[in-house]
Design a protein around this ligand. Structure first.
Ligand SMILES: Cc1cc2nc3c(=O)[nH]c(=O)nc-3n(C[C@H](O)[C@H](O)[C@H](O)COP(=O)(O)OP(=O)(O)OC[C@H]3O[C@@H](n4cnc5c(N)ncnc54)[C@H](O)[C@@H]3O)c2cc1C
Length: 484
C-alpha cells in the first residue's frame, strides 16, 4: 500500500467518527501503546474511538477494504499484551472507551445490557443503585471494560460461586471483520440454532470481531458477608478445608484464596497500613468469604463460626479469625489483592497464571515448587490465589542480586517452559484467566494438540480470512496462512 492510500483511509476513518474520536498524535496515543505490565510497546497509524456500534461498523468496513489491521482496546489492563499493536505502525487501535452507555437494567429478569466500553466499577455502582450486583470483580476494575472482560473471559475472585465471564454473558452484539453486525443481545433461555456463536467472542481476544455490547447476568445485591482469615499447616489442609466448606455451603461460599506465609510477609513489608490478621507464622493461610444475598437466608457469621469451629476440631485448620467489621473484611481482602504489587516490590519474578483440576492443585504446588527451585538454584516459588477454582498465580522469584532485565529475558526461555510442561502433565492449562495475547502464543502452539490448533486456525480463518482482527494475538497461524 502506498502513502496516498494510507492518507485516504485515515481520512475516511476520521470523517466516520469525527475529530473527537480520531487521533494520529504520538502524545495522545502513547499511554495506549504499552501494556499494563510494561512488557510490550507498539506503534499505530491512528487511534480511532467510535461512539456507537454503527460507527464501529463503518471503521471496520474501511479497515477491511484497505487490509488494515485492527487492535481492539478497552481499558488496556490486560496481562498478556493482547491490546498492544505490533511495532510496524501500520495497524490502528480501535478503542471502545467512548461506547459506554448502560442501555438497560432489567432487575426483574436479572439482566443488564451495556455497551462494550462500560468500565467494570461503573457497572458495579449502577447496579448497586438498583439492588443488583454483577458478580465478577478484579484488581483492574477501575479500568477494565465490559468488552475487554468478555474478550478475555475474565475471572477474578468470585468465580467459585458465579463462574467466569463465560457463565455471566447472556448475549453479545459484535461487528464482524467485514463490518457486518452480529445481533445476539437477546437473552434466550432456549436457542438451538446450532453453534453458540456468542461463545466465539468470549475469550476471543478481539481476533474474530469487535464486541460492541453485551447482555450480562446479575444477582441480587449482598445483604451481608463474613470474611475469615484462616491459618493452615499445608496446601493439602487448605484443599481439605475447601472441600469441607464447599460440601456444606456451596451456595454461599464466594471466596477461597490461598496465601503462603512468604507472600503475607511481602505484603506486610511493602504495603503500608497492612497488619497480620493472626499472630504466629503458619506456612499457609486461606481467605474465606461466605455471603448472603437473601434477607431470610442464614446469617453468614454464624455459619462461618460453626464451620470453622468444626474444622478446628477435625484438625483441618490451625487457627482462624473473623473480620469484626466491614472495614476489617476490606483489610483482609487488601492483603490478598496487594500480593501482586508486594511481590513486584520484592524483586523480579516470572509470573504464571495457571490452572489444574481443583483436586490436583495442592499436589501441584508441593511437587512443582521444589522441582523449579532445585533446577534453578536461588529461585523461590510463591504460589497464591484462587485455590477453589484450581487456579494459582505461580511466581518464580529471581535469585538475590541478579540483573533483573537479563534474568527475566533468559529465564523466561527455560523456567516458563518447564512450569508449563509440569502444568500440562498435571492436566492443566497455561492460561487460567488472563488469556494468550502475544505473551503465550508460542507456548500455546508448543503445547497444543494438532486437533486443538487446527480448530483454532480453522475458526480464525473462516471468520477473519484477511487476518485483520488483532493479528499476532492468540491464534498461532500455520505458515502459509496470513499470520503476522
Ligand atoms: C491490577 C489488576 C488485576 C487483575 N486481576 C485479574 C483477575 O483477577 N482476573 C482476570 O481474569 N483478569 C485480571 N486482570 C486482567 C484484566 O483486568 C482483564 O483481562 C480485563 O478483562 C481486561 O479488560 P480491558 O478492558 O482492560 O481489556 P484490554 O486490556 O484493553 O484488552 C484485552 C484483550 O481484549 C481485546 N478487547 C478489548 N476490548 C474488546 C472489544 N470490545 N472487542 C473485542 N476485543 C476486545 C483486546 O484486543 C485484548 O486482546 C487484572 C488486571 C489488573 C491491572
Amino acid at each position: 500500500m502506498n502513502m496516498p492510500d494510507t492518507a485516504k483511509w485515515l481520512e475516511q476513518m476520521r470523517s466516520a467518527v469525527g475529530a473527537k474520536g480520531f487521533t494520529t498524535t504520538g502524545e495522545d496515543m502513547a499511554p495506549w501503546l504499552t501494556d499494563w505490565r510494561g512488557r510490550y510497546t507498539g506503534a499505530a497509524a491512528a487511534m480511532v474511538s467510535p461512539a456507537s456500534t454503527e460507527e464501529t461498523s463503518a471503521i471496520v468496513r474501511i479497515a477491511n477494504e484497505n487490509a488494515v489491521a485492527i487492535v481492539p482496546q478497552g481499558g488496556n489492563s490486560g496481562m498478556v499484551g493482547g491490546a498492544t499493536p505490533d511495532a510496524s505502525g501500520r495497524s490502528i487501535i480501535l478503542s471502545l472507551r467512548r461506547v459506554n452507555n448502560i442501555r438497560a437494567i432489567r432487575s426483574d429478569e436479572q439482566l443488564v445490557v451495556c455497551d462494550a466500553g462500560v468500565i467494570l466499577q461503573n457497572l458495579h455502582e449502577a447496579l448497586a443503585a438498583d439492588g443488583q450486583r454483577f458478580p465478577l470483580t478484579l484488581g483492574g476494575k477501575g479500568s477494565a471494560t465490559v468488552g475487554g472482560l468478555v474478550s478475555t473471559n475474565a475471572g477474578g475472585t468470585q468465580v467459585l460461586r458465579h463462574g467466569t465471564m463465560r457463565s455471566l454473558v447472556a448475549g453479545i452484539e459484535a461487528v464482524l471483520p467485514d463490518g457486518s453486525i452480529y445481533e445476539g443481545l437477546s437473552a434466550l433461555k432456549k436457542d438451538n440454532r446450532g453453534y453458540d456463536l456468542k461463545q466465539l467472542f468470549i475469550g476471543g481476544e478481539g481476533t474474530l470481531g469487535i464486541v460492541t455490547a453485551a447482555t450480562l447476568k446479575t444477582v441480587p445485591a449482598l445483604v451481608d458477608r463474613c470474611v475469615a482469615w484462616v491459618a493452615v499447616g499445608s496446601t493439602d489442609a487448605a484443599y481439605q478445608l475447601f472441600r469441607f466448606l464447599h460440601a456444606r455451603v456451596p451456595q454461599s461460599l464466594e471466596g477461597f484464596e490461598i496465601i503462603p506465609q512468604t507472600c503475607l510477609e511481602s505484603v506486610l513489608r511493602h504495603i503500608s497500613g497492612t497488619r497480620p490478621p493472626l499472630a504466629g507464622g503458619q506456612p499457609w493461610h486461606v481467605l474465606v468469604e461466605i455471603v448472603r444475598d437473601q434477607p431470610d437466608a442464614p446469617d453468614p457469621k454464624s455459619i462461618m463460626e460453626n464451620l470453622l469451629a468444626n474444622a478446628l476440631e477435625r484438625g483441618l485448620i490451625e487457627d482462624a479469625t473473623l473480620a469484626a467489621s466491614e472495614q476489617q473484611a476490606e483489610d483482609f481482602w487488601k492483603i490478598r489483592e496487594s500480593i501482586a504489587e508486594a511481590e513486584r516490590a520484592n524483586g523480579p519474578a516470572l509470573q504464571h497464571d495457571i490452572s489444574v483440576p481443583v483436586h490436583g492443585m495442592a499436589r501441584f504446588i508441593d511437587e512443582a515448587s521444589p522441582v523449579i527451585e532445585a533446577k534453578f538454584p536461588g529461585t523461590k516459588v510463591a504460589a497464591f490465589g484462587h485455590m477453589g477454582d484450581g487456579n494459582v498465580h505461580f511466581h518464580v522469584k529471581a535469585p538475590e542480586g541478579v540483573e533483573a532485565q537479563q534474568w527475566m529475558r533468559e529465564s523466561a526461555k527455560q523456567i516458563t517452559p518447564l512450569v508449563h510442561d509440569l502444568v500440562i502433565a498435571a492436566g492443566g492449562s497455561i492460561s487460567a484467566e488472563h488469556g494468550i495475547g502475544q505473551n503465550k502464543r508460542a507456548e500455546l502452539e508448543r503445547l497444543s494438540s494438532g486437533a486443538r490448533l487446527s480448530m483454532l486456525r480453522a475458526i480464525k480463518m473462516a471468520i477473519d480470512p484477511g487476518n485483520i482482527m488483532n493479528p499476532g494475538k492468540l491464534v498461532p497461524l500455520a505458515s502459509g496462512q496470513s499470520g503476522s
